[in-house]
Design a protein around this ligand. Structure first.
Ligand SMILES: C[S@@+](CC[C@H](N)C(=O)[O-])C[C@H]1O[C@@H](n2cnc3c(N)ncnc32)[C@H](O)[C@@H]1O
Length: 338
């Protein structure tokens, strides 16, 4: 029995992240809420729900690059984002936080105003990251994701993950339907080599044992995953996937491109297949998060929306919505092409 099996039903912190092997079905968990805000999507209008909130603060590194080189392409922007965001997942957070505070006190004692400002910023970012990612587990949110993914009527799904980055959600999905296979797609090779490549194999994904139906922990190296470095618009696939998944993709496209993005979720699906999507929620704490973390994360166009706005994009692009709701910091939708 591996250590992870012993830990089923428990949660604990490591220096980089939280391990959470509690099921979303247990009481007192902030489980995925089947929001049921909308019973008839055909009756909902943009006038009622309004448009998403656009995050406008851009990362300093992008602004400086553009001053030197002119407009940064979307792909280059993602390359900046992925390198910058990845650094945060590999941090020993308590250690770095304690170093940042030491620095702050040193500069304070010497009245070094500029250095104090920098150290304050770093301490604020690290404290927020510690809270949002490590303590709250808001970014990976395994319980919320499990609740969103559970109960799909499928045994051995072929899963396509669009804009896969480190691939977290497809690995969670695969753990729950472990007889299937995953194709991850991202056009930034750094995602394959580093974000996914260095994703810790020790991280336990709570899923199922297909032989017994009992809970079982899965690790990256046990999974059937192919990582493809390509532009989603070039993919050679036909309608061959049971699930097309995206996490934080739709909100990076202004409205005129959203129908095309939704089409990516339809064109590779077998008849009866599922589109499973999440986008960040528009809530005060998310706005605060993206403001404080702007230099780390804001290299691309980004919106925050509520689940009714997200659902309306999905519905108007020709999908029926089977499930919609909130997980910790994202909206989640499971849909099928009409
Ligand atoms: C799905 S998101 C993840 C964003 C993150 N969750 C956030 O909150 O900002 C972005 C990923 O999609 C990839 N991507 C964006 N457009 C793409 C395209 N046309 N083809 C392939 N990958 C793309 C980017 O390289 C990036 O790794």
């Amino acid at each position: 029995m591996s250590i992870s099996d012993v830990e089923l039903g428990t949660t604990r912190l490591t220096p980089n992240y939280r391990i959470d092997l509690r099921n979303p079905g247990n009481e007192q968990l902030d489980r995925f809420i089947n929001a049921n805000l909308v019973s008839d999507w055909s009756q909902l209008t943009w006038k009622t729900v309004g448009k998403p909130y656009e995050v406008k603060t851009m990362a300093k590194s992008k602004q400086e690059w553009e001053q030197q080189n002119g407009h940064m392409s979307v792909k280059t922007s993602w390359e900046f984002f992925n390198r910058s965001f990845h650094e945060w997942f590999v941090k020993d957070v308590p250690e770095e936080l304690s170093e940042a505070k030491k620095k702050l006190y040193k500069h304070l004692a010497r009245f070094q105003v500029h250095e104090v400002k920098e150290a304050l910023g770093e301490t604020a970012r690290l404290s927020l990251w510690n809270y949002a990612h490590r303590i709250q587990d808001g970014i990976w949110d395994p319980r919320g994701k499990r609740a969103l993914f559970q109960g799909l009527d499928i045994r051995k799904p072929r899963i396509l993950f669009l804009g896969a980055a480190e691939g977290y959600e497809a690995m969670q999905l695969h753990a729950m339907y472990p007889e299937g296979e995953v194709v991850m797609v991202d056009y930034d090779d750094f995602c394959r080599t580093d974000r996914f490549g260095h994703f810790p194999d020790s991280y336990p994904f709570l899923g199922a044992n297909p032989a017994t139906g009992q809970s079982q922990v899965w690790h990256k190296s046990q999974m059937n995953i192919h990582y493809l470095v390509d532009d989603i618009r070039n993919l050679p696939f036909g309608k061959e996937f049971d699930i097309v998944l995206s996490v934080g993709l739709l909100e990076h496209f202004p409205d005129e491109f959203k129908p095309e993005v939704m089409d990516w979720h339809r064109k590779f699906l077998k008849p009866g297949g599922y589109a499973v999507m999440t986008t960040p929620r528009v809530q005060l704490r998310s706005r605060l998060f993206y403001t404080i973390m702007a230099d780390v994360m804001n290299h691309t166009y980004r919106e925050l929306m509520d689940v009714r706005q997200m659902g309306l994009y999905v519905y108007e692009s020709g999908f029926d919505i089977l499930r919609h709701g909130y997980i910790k910091v994202h909206n989640g939708i499971v849909a099928k092409p009409r």
